[in-house]
Design a protein around this ligand. Structure first.
Ligand code: UFG
Length: 338
């Protein structure tokens, strides 16, 4: 298959590019480098020894998308071209709604025009909101989100369900990611957040490498064994492989499927610090501070559906995630910047 990765130069996109190429697919990447770097694509080519057709373009630019779809004859689209910083989305909601919804609508319209029928969407466990029961199954109710970023995922899922219901040719897979962390085992690609990291793992890694002096742990008074929040951390390479499976599934199925990508296991913030220090022999100084608004105490997936539909399960351990994050961060202390 020839697969277009919209936003394919970013963290999850670049890892998915590696796995798609290694599974024998051709990869086309469209990215505007808002939160990503062309250097990531060069490194994917280095890891795989394969070429990628790379376009610097905005996925909201319909004329540019039309040209790329027509020229490249795309079979399937994986849509990662979204903004994802929770705090920024609260400050700039219109930018988030405009970009995240518009990229989706533009890609869908151009797919329709050019006869491309397979669409894999980068969704998030954030659409489950504060869960009534755990683990989270795909049929758990979608709940109110605490920020515009989350609402964009929520709304795009609805748009895609409606589009699939109206078009019997369309095949859509909504992948609900839990907490992707880690990096490719080569240490050549990894997560390179702009500015101060919002998420736990890149923050831990930047403290360990000396870019920041300590981690703030947001609250230790949650109803969990050690008082800190619990999440289902999943290795980004396992997550990337989930996209290869989803694209294969979309080849022979129509309609819309929702699939969790998680491990089914929860770890607390303190578990993550302990594992990172132990596996890598480094120190991660931290301080307990107040809760971060909008955080939920616990979430983790039931990942049985991915196994049933795709034959996929997460294989890598928390120790692998910590080791690979550190390899990437210590080899690239400033990310992709020189
Ligand atoms: N945390 C800290 N200190 C930090 C950063 C995070 O203590 O500096 C804690 C948070 O309070 C939370 C845990 O680490 O308890 C994980 O936080 P992340 O920001 O890494 O991840 P979230 O679970 O908040 O959010 C992630 C993705 C979102 C997605 C959500 C879905 O980043 O995109 O999962 O559940 F929407």
């Amino acid at each position: 298959m020839k697969v277009l990765l919209a936003g394919g130069a970013g963290y999850i996109g670049s890892h998915t590019a590696v796995e798609m190429l290694q599974a024998g697919h051709e990869v086309v990447i469209v990215d505007n480098y808002y939160n990503s770097s062309p250097e990531a694509v060069r490194r994917v080519e280095k890891i795989t020894g394969k070429k990628i057709a790379l376009y610097e373009a905005d996925a909201t630019d319909k004329a540019a998308m039309r040209e790329i779809f027509t020229k490249e004859k795309i079979d399937a689209v994986v849509h990662f071209a979204g903004m994802k910083a929770v705090g920024e989305s609260v400050a700039k909601p219109l930018m988030y709604y405009r970009n995240n919804l518009d990229t989706t609508l533009t890609l869908l319209e151009v797919m329709k025009e050019t006869g491309c029928t397979k669409f894999i969407f980068s969704s998030s466990a954030t659409v489950y909101g504060d869960p009534d029961s755990l683990p989270l199954y795909e049929n758990a109710p979608k709940k109110a989100c605490s920020n515009p970023y989350g609402w964009t995922k929520w709304m795009i899922e609805q748009i895609l369900m409606d589009a699939a219901a109206a078009d019997p040719e369309l095949s859509v897979v909504l992948l609900r990611y839990f907490n992707p962390i880690g990096a490719h085992e080569s240490g050549l690609i990894g997560e390179d957040p702009k500015g101060i990291p919002n998420n736990l793992m890149p923050f831990i890694a930047q403290v360990a490498v000396g870019r920041r002096d300590h981690l703030n742990v947001f609250g230790n008074d949650y109803p969990t064994p050690d008082g800190t929040c619990i999440r289902d951390y999943i290795h980004v390479v396992d997550l990337a492989k989930g996209h290869v499976c989803a694209a294969k599934y979309a080849e022979s199925h129509k309609g819309c499927e929702i699939v969790n990508l998680g491990t089914g296991k929860g770890s607390s913030v303190l578990d993550m610090i302990e594992a990172f220090e132990r596996v890598n022999g480094v120190k991660v100084p931290y301080e307990i501070t107040g809760r971060r608004p909008g955080d939920i105490a616990v979430n983790y997936a039931n990942a049985d559906k991915a196994k049933e539909l795709f034959g996929w399960t997460a294989e890598k351990t928390l120790d692998d995630m910590c080791r690979d994050t550190w390899k990437w961060q210590s080899q690239n202390p400033n990310g992709y910047a020189e």
